[in-house]
Ligand binder design. Structure first.
Ligand SMILES: Cc1cc2nc3c(=O)[nH]c(=O)nc-3n(C[C@H](O)[C@H](O)[C@H](O)COP(=O)(O)OP(=O)(O)OC[C@H]3O[C@@H](n4cnc5c(N)ncnc54)[C@H](O)[C@@H]3O)c2cc1C
Length: 396
């Protein structure tokens, strides 16, 4: 088989890349080791994603937003608090525009919209579940030996390989790309709740000594998604609690503003770690999404940064050009290098900010606590600084 691009990994970033690159008329083959019918079931992923305003625009451009819109809860304001302190940082979307800062959408609905769009392209082939056994990077492209479930092995030749296979990327290892990585001693407990009072489109982030506790406004007004960061050792205790006990624990952390809270889903937990590849490119290879940069979810940015990787790649391929008259689709080293240069600063900034915030806030050390509360009060009053942070969070 031949294709212009092989994408390894049909996660949120890989399938976004397939849809966006297929728009350029390129032939795309996506390979995933998982059974995607299972992955696409609602229960397989308890998470929601905060989709930044900039990512929404990109989704509109590639024709997937219409299928997500009715599932999207607007984030108009963000309130950040530190433990029980009355000081809070308030980001009001009106400081920037009338547009919401972002939207909370269940990963299930994002995935469905993307897979539906991908199915509409004749130039996207998805092979899953499938294993690959051999990857060779050659001067004019790459060759991957793929074995789809209960079918014979095939060789696929392509001009470019995109690794979108997540934070433990095997392609990254095969290409010999080293990483900076460490585990946080934390997991993200995720679930959805319904509540008596309307959330008023406000996302709340409360920094507690064990880690940040986020309440994210879902569509409709009376449901929210929680990302509750906890010390790893305590997670099994919370995960095994009875429904009433867990509702009590949640209410202790949210306070009273939502009224009576009811747990609406099962609880999921995701171990948290940071992993950044030292380079995002190799010979006819590009790393995107978590394969390049997996970060702490406290700012809800991991997928958004992956979307910006895709946006940059599409821009480079369409504007800088990738078609030679003689050899058709061609990838030049200069294109790979310019892609990497464009994506490094943004991803390093977000990995750094999320790591520093998690370290500075996930403790109860008194001098640090005093310093960060003074810092929050100062930022809250400094409108230009607030606008700068907001624009970055909105991906604008
Ligand atoms: C608790 C939590 C909350 C989050 N909240 C947000 C948020 O609000 N906003 C936001 O922007 N981000 C958020 N994120 C981050 C976001 O979920 C990730 O950045 C995003 O899902 C990464 O997508 P990906 O496609 O790069 O990787 P993955 O989702 O890991 O997908 C990788 C794919 O590659 C496949 N694969 C793996 N190995 C192989 C192999 N050997 N062969 C073939 N296929 C393979 C897998 O089956 C999978 O389909 C959150 C993360 C967590 C943990």
């Amino acid at each position: 088989m031949k294709s212009d691009i092989i994408i390894i990994g049909a996660g949120l970033v890989g399938i976004t890349a397939a849809c966006a690159l297929a728009e350029l008329g390129l032939n795309i083959i996506v390979i995933d080791s998982a059974d995607l019918d299972e992955v696409r079931k609602k229960e397989s992923d308890g998470r929601t994603c905060a989709i930044a305003a900039g990512s929404k625009r990109f989704f509109q451009k590639i024709g997937v937003w219409a299928d997500m819109e009715s599932h999207a809860g607007a984030i108009n304001d963000i309130r950040v608090t530190d433990g029980n302190s009355p000081v809070f940082l308030h980001y009001d979307h009106k400081l920037i525009s009338n547009e919401p800062m972002g939207y909370i959408i269940e990963n299930y609905h994002i995935r469905e919209a993307l897979f539906k769009r991908a199915a509409g392209f004749k130039n996207i082939t998805i092979i899953a579940p499938a294993k690959y056994s051999n990857v060779q990077f050659e001067d004019d492209g790459c060759v991957v030996e793929v074995t789809p479930a209960s079918q014979p092995t095939i060789n696929i030749k392509s001009k470019l390989l995109i690794a979108a296979d997540g934070k433990n990327s095997n392609i990254r290892k095969i290409a010999g790309i080293r990483t900076h990585e460490w585990n946080y001693d934390q997991s993200g407990i995720v679930c959805t709740i319904s509540h008596e009072n309307h959330h008023q489109f406000i996302a709340q982030e409360r920094f507690l000594p064990e880690g940040p506790f986020a309440v994210l406004p879902m569509v409709g007004g009376y449901n929210s998604s929680l990302v509750w960061t906890e010390k790893k050792a305590l997670v099994p205790i919370y995960m095994s609690m009875a429904k009433e006990e867990i509702e009590e624990q949640i209410t202790m952390r949210t306070g009273e503003y939502l009224g009576k809270i009811t747990l609406d889903s099962r609880m999921y937990s995701y171990p948290l770690s940071l992993c950044k590849a030292k380079t995002y490119i190799g010979k006819n290879l590009i790393l995107i999404g978590d394969a390049a940069h997996a970060m702490h979810p406290l700012a809800g940015q991991g997928f958004n940064v992956g979307i910006r990787d895709v946006e940059e790649l599409v821009y480079r391929l369409s504007v800088v050009g990738c078609r030679d008259n003689d050899s058709g689709f061609t990838i030049h080293d200069s294109l790979l290098k310019s892609y990497e240069a464009a994506r490094m600063a943004d991803s390093i900034a977000l990995i750094g900010i999320t790591d520093i915030l998690n370290r500075a806030f996930s403790n109860d050390i008194i001098p640090l606590r005093t310093a960060r509360r003074l810092g929050m009060a100062a930022v809250n009053k400094a409108t230009p600084l607030k606008k700068f942070f907001m624009k970055h969070a909105m991906g604008l």
